[in-house]
Design a protein around this ligand. Structure first.
Ligand SMILES: [Zn+2]
Length: 241
């Protein structure tokens, strides 16, 4: 059984993911069905599962087309069913067994009521809860206090060795904010340079680890819900100089 993993960009800055274990494959947040099918074709698989990190249409908008094309089962949290009603509810699921794929689900409400993190083979697919250098906003059905609790409690409890694979590439918008808060942050400037170097080379940014995020991401560097809520509000009103 060979495990394979792919990340693909669609739209401006969205990412979808493909998880493969032998002949079994799942797509995560395949917002663009054509990009998703192309990635699956490269890996020679027909995914039988679609997993949503949350319900927002830029993540779930491709799933109806993919359902018709692949006959896949859609798994998503019932609390986000107002955006997309899943075939299977991820609420309280813990470990998912999808053929040979074994995916751990961590409920992490805040960006939306039904946001989850997906852990698979040393990787953490964070949707719009945690980004490289930042976190999701709460403007579309979210709640800052719940997000803060998820970042402190759920993300805070996870292994620092996990690779972070977010739902958007906002690194070059987020890390300058981190550096404005803490101009001396070696971790944030190092990470921003790695992202910019990839861009110059025409490549996608490399994933960070959760340990690197804990060093460079201001939303993982605060210890209280109130401080995190205040930082989220400050980031909402911030524009790069
Ligand atoms: Zn979202």
């Amino acid at each position: 059984m060979t495990a394979r993993f792919a990340r693909a960009r669609y739209g401006e800055d969205n990412y979808l993911y493909l998880l493969v274990e032998g002949a079994d494959a799942a797509l995560v947040d395949p917002g663009d069905p054509e990009v998703a099918l192309a990635v699956a074709a490269v890996h020679g698989v027909a995914p039988r599962w679609i997993i949503h990190t949350h319900g927002h249409p830029d993540h779930t908008g491709g799933s109806a087309t993919l359902l018709a094309r692949l006959g896949a089962t859609v798994l998503g949290h019932g609390a986000d069913a107002g955006w997309f009603a899943p075939d299977e509810d991820l609420a309280g699921r813990g470990e998912l067994r999808l053929g040979g794929l074994s995916v751990r689900v961590h409920g992490a409400p805040g960006h939306t009521p039904g946001s989850v993190l997906l852990e698979w083979r040393g990787r953490l697919l964070t949707g719009d809860t945690l980004f490289w250098g930042g976190c999701g906003n709460c403007r579309n059905g979210g709640e800052p206090r719940r997000l803060a609790k998820s970042l402190l409690g759920v993300v805070g409890a996870l292994d620092g060795a996990l690779e972070v694979h977010p739902g958007h590439d906002y690194a070059e918008a987020n890390l300058p904010f981190a550096l404005e808060l803490d101009p001396a942050s070696v971790a944030a400037s190092r990470r921003l340079e790695a992202v910019r170097a990839a861009r110059r080379a025409g490549e996608e940014p490399p994933p960070s680890t959760l340990a690197e995020e804990r060093a460079s991401n201001p939303f993982l560097r605060l210890g209280t819900v109130d401080a995190l809520v205040a930082l989220r509000a400050r980031r909402d009103g911030w524009t790069p100089r």
